[in-house]
Design a protein around this ligand. Structure first.
Ligand code: DAH
Length: 345
């Protein structure tokens, strides 16, 4: 064994390390030069056969070379890792000085804005939200609300029929019957926002599809004062603290007495203007005390329980609130209309 030989091994290791450009290649070199079966290591194992004075010198030399090769590989490994990281960082850089693509914020349809506002007002008063089917039976849409087959009130509520006894609900009032039956005689305080349908020729004030929020409260000792206070609070929260309400006698088959509720016109403060047609008031909803027949048919004893109910047209409230002149605009998806209700970013 000669120094010459060791130097050659060292030189070729250094050359190969210098030329290698991947960590896989370095791994191979580690095996080639430093593993047990490498030339260098086999030289180490022959040291024992050398005379003692040469053994020491050769041993030192071999270990030195081994350490040098190992550290050269390590250095190269670090260098490669750094280069790879730099390459990755470069390829993944984001130019933050580039102007971004504008994300267009959509506008919420004012219908939903108002629906949520009305719902929140009643939730804050302790009401819960109930639900019912849009495809309804004649039984729930009419009969259980005290509107029998030949009742003239049906004339105003013609609708789309699926069959003789199944139809698209004409109002959210059938949810009253569903809720009462499910509550099995317990007190009730619910609202139900939902879609409703009627056979109608569409124009600025009529739509074959619209939406209502039904309200129903049933308990012992409920009187018309509760109805008035509840709706007054709703009107003030929805249309402003200055609004007054007035109850006008009306007729609905499922309430007795029945009322129509007007608010003072926001435009003229009750003095009379073109918006309120000179009356100073604008009608916003219908309601009344739940008819004893309705209580009875749906499982409540009218001698023990009483209740009030109301129905609010959601589009009507939105129209008044935003001064919208055509109910069809809620459904036409005209961007120019919806843009006006876009949330400010
Ligand atoms: N269902 C009625 C309609 O669509 C509105 C209504 C009036 C609902 C009086 C009620 C009520 O709950 O008590 O015309």
């Amino acid at each position: 064994m000669e120094n010459q030989n060791i130097n050659e091994i060292y030189q070729s290791a250094m050359d190969e390390i210098g030329e290698s450009s991947t960590s896989e290649k370095l791994q191979e070199l580690k095996i080639k030069f430093l593993a047990k079966k490498s030339v260098l290591m086999s030289l180490l194992s022959t040291l024992g056969s050398l005379p003692p004075e040469e053994r020491k010198e050769m041993g030192q030399k071999l270990n030195e070379v081994k350490a040098k090769i190992a550290s050269a590989i390590e250095e190269k490994e670090n260098q490669l890792r750094k280069e790879e990281l730099e390459k990755k960082l470069k390829s993944e850089t984001i130019d933050i000085s580039l102007p971004s693509k504008r994300v267009e914020l959509g506008g919420q349809n004012p219908f939903y804005v108002v629906k949520d506002e009305i719902t929140d007002i009643f939730l804050n008063m302790g009401f819960e939200v109930a639900d019912g089917p849009e495809v309804e039976t004649d039984l729930y849409n009419f009969e259980l609300l005290n509107i029998p087959k030949d009742h003239p009130a049906r004339d105003m509520q013609d609708t789309f029929y699926i069959s003789d006894s199944v139809l698209l609900r004409t109002h959210t009032s059938p949810v009253q019957a569903h809720t009462m039956q499910a509550a099995e005689g317990k007190p009730i305080r619910i609202i139900c926002p939902g879609k409703t349908y009627r056979r109608d020729d569409d124009d600025a004030t009529h739509s074959h599809q619209f939406a209502q929020i039904e309200g129903l409260v049933i308990d012992k000792d409920i009187n018309i004062g509760h109805l008035k206070a509840t709706l007054e609070l709703f009107a003030k929260k929805m249309f402003g603290e200055k609004r007054e309400i007035r109850l006008r006698p009306s007729y609905f088959p499922f309430t007795e007495p029945s009322v129509e509720v007007d608010i003072t016109c926001a435009n003229c403060n009750g003095k009379g203007c073109s918006m309120c047609k000179g009356t100073g008031y604008i009608e916003i909803l219908g309601g009344g005390m739940v008819h004893p027949n309705v209580l009875k048919m749906n499982g409540y004893d009218p001698d023990v329980y009483s209740g009030f109910a109301f129905g609010i047209g959601i589009e009507r409230v939105a129209i008044l609130r935003y001064g919208i002149d055509d109910i069809r605009k809620f459904y036409q998806n005209d961007i120019r209309f919806l843009r006006q209700y876009r949330k400010k970013a």
